[in-house]
Design a protein around this ligand. Sequence first.
Ligand code: ASP
Length: 332
Amino acid sequence: MKTIKHLLFFLASIFLCTNTYSNITYTLVIHGGAGNISKESLSAEDIKNYENKFSHTLNIGEEMLKNGASALDVAVEVVKILEDSPLFNAGKGSVFNIDGENELDASIMCGKDRNAGAVAGVRIIKNPIEAAYNVMKESPHVMLIGDGAEQFSKEKGLEIVSPSYFFDQRRYDQYRNFIDNRDKGYNNQNNKDFKTGTVGAVVLDSKGNLAAATSTGGMLAKKYGRVGDSPIIGAGTYADNNIGAVSGTGHGEFFIRNVIAYDILAKVKYLNTPIEKAAKELIHDRLGKDEINGGIIAVDKDGNIAMVFNTTAMFRGFVNHKGEKETGIFVD
Ligand code: ASP
């Protein structure tokens, strides 16, 4: 009798373990900015560096999700990794504003309760996404800017760096090139130096919670104090467990004016439009028609993803519990 009991217990444990494992479902999508970049302008080494960084970031996020981490924690962690890389226009690799300074923006949104946090125009916070997360979690506010955001981050014990931490020679050369050639029509829409590089993540975890996060240095040679779409909830970032999550990249002023992230999800919610179709309607039909550059990554509540851009390239990648994993840069 005792042996039978042990046997039943053993079989039940195996069943429970297998069942729990098979219940771990997740989707993680990341981007590293959209822009009009030709294949020739990136060396084989550049491409490898981007792909390696994306692959590594997806692996870290996937490992966390397999171990039951929340969508929010994964979003913060993967965006932090991309902020720490000089390859992207966020954190360490941020572009310079017209005064030759770096002013960084970031936001995060939790799909479960539609809570959100954002910071804008910060200059000494190593990882603006952590500051945004703290604004969401630890304050009654949604957005803090400039000195106030920095003061708050100090109080929360976040890592503070000197503004010179954000100096990157490649970005500085782009800035000098802009300053030296601005009379020659060196403009924002057709120069590869403006090739963005904002980073973002959308995540669906095994509990069905969604999160979206976006971080950026903004646009090269932006005016001092300019804030783009990335820290604006609804424009560059949005998440709602009943619909999906979106993170955008592109010409921020137009993302704000068209409330791109929210409008994509509104189409899914009110018109039942599939997420990829909704994204195409905004990115191609609305922005693309007016030659406004941009792209988005999105995941809906069922794990369907979209990686849509109207430029020649968007650094992007995804991984899910079905074992699918992909990274890409150019239009396929
Ligand atoms: N959307 C960002 C901004 O306007 C820039 C980008 O995504 O490249 O600040």
